[in-house]
Design a protein around this ligand. Structure first.
Ligand code: IMP
Ligand code: MG
Length: 180
């Protein structure tokens, strides 16, 4: 796998340290609240697993699966819910946990869908933010781990055609891999 990576962008240590910081901020901000972490499958699973252990509060978790991308590297702009939440969320302070905020189409759609379910509050925590490609102007993340350049990145949960999620770091994928 490593031979397909152009450059390591974020090492395991950098990821670990930043996730700990985000966890500490969330812990301070959500004390006494009814926190529900909603992980967006599948890209955020590793981030979610690390982040929830960095939050020193009682909290609940749930998962949603949506698809926007298909197997390619460009967003189609169409969002489909493949797995919905298992519960009602009214009264919960919902924190959406996402791998990357790219065009923003996915999170803009999710914010609308979840806001309509009447949570007590709703915010976004994204590991990566790629502002250069933003199309949806109405989304922003309260918590963001790292700003990344306009390159296709993989690892630590993020995939290309379902591969590379198990890389322990985040790297820029070589163009030859997807421009064949
Ligand atoms: P959106 O364009 O903000 O709606 O992002 C949709 C989804 O595209 C994200 O949740 C990721 O799963 C995926 N995505 C966007 N940019 C990248 C990337 O650089 N690498 C891997 N997946 C990406
Ligand atoms: Mg994703």
């Amino acid at each position: 796998m490593n031979e397909c990576i152009e450059k390591v962008l974020l090492s395991e240590k950098e990821l670990h340290d930043r996730v700990s910081e985000l966890g500490a901020r969330i812990t301070a901000d959500y004390r006494g609240r009814k926190l529900l972490l909603v992980s967006v499958l599948k890209g955020s699973v590793i981030f979610m697993a690390d982040l929830m252990r960095a939050i020193d509060l009682p909290c609940e978790i749930d998962f949603m699966a949506v698809s926007t991308y298909g197997a390619g590297v460009k967003t189609s702009g169409v969002v489909e819910i493949k797995k919905d939440l298992d519960r009602q969320i009214d009264g919960y302070d919902v924190l959406i946990v996402e791998d990357i905020l790219d065009s923003g189409v996915t999170l803009s759609y999710l914010m609308k869908v979840l806001t309509a379910k009447n949570p007590n509050s709703i915010r976004i925590c994204t590991l990566l933010d790629k502002p250069a490609r933003r199309k949806a102007k109405d989304v922003s993340a309260t918590y963001a781990g790292f700003e990344v350049p306009d390159e296709f990145v993989v690892g630590y949960g993020l995939d290309y055609a379902e591969k590379f999620r198990n890389l322990p770091y985040i790297g820029i994928l070589q163009r030859e891999v997807y421009e064949k």
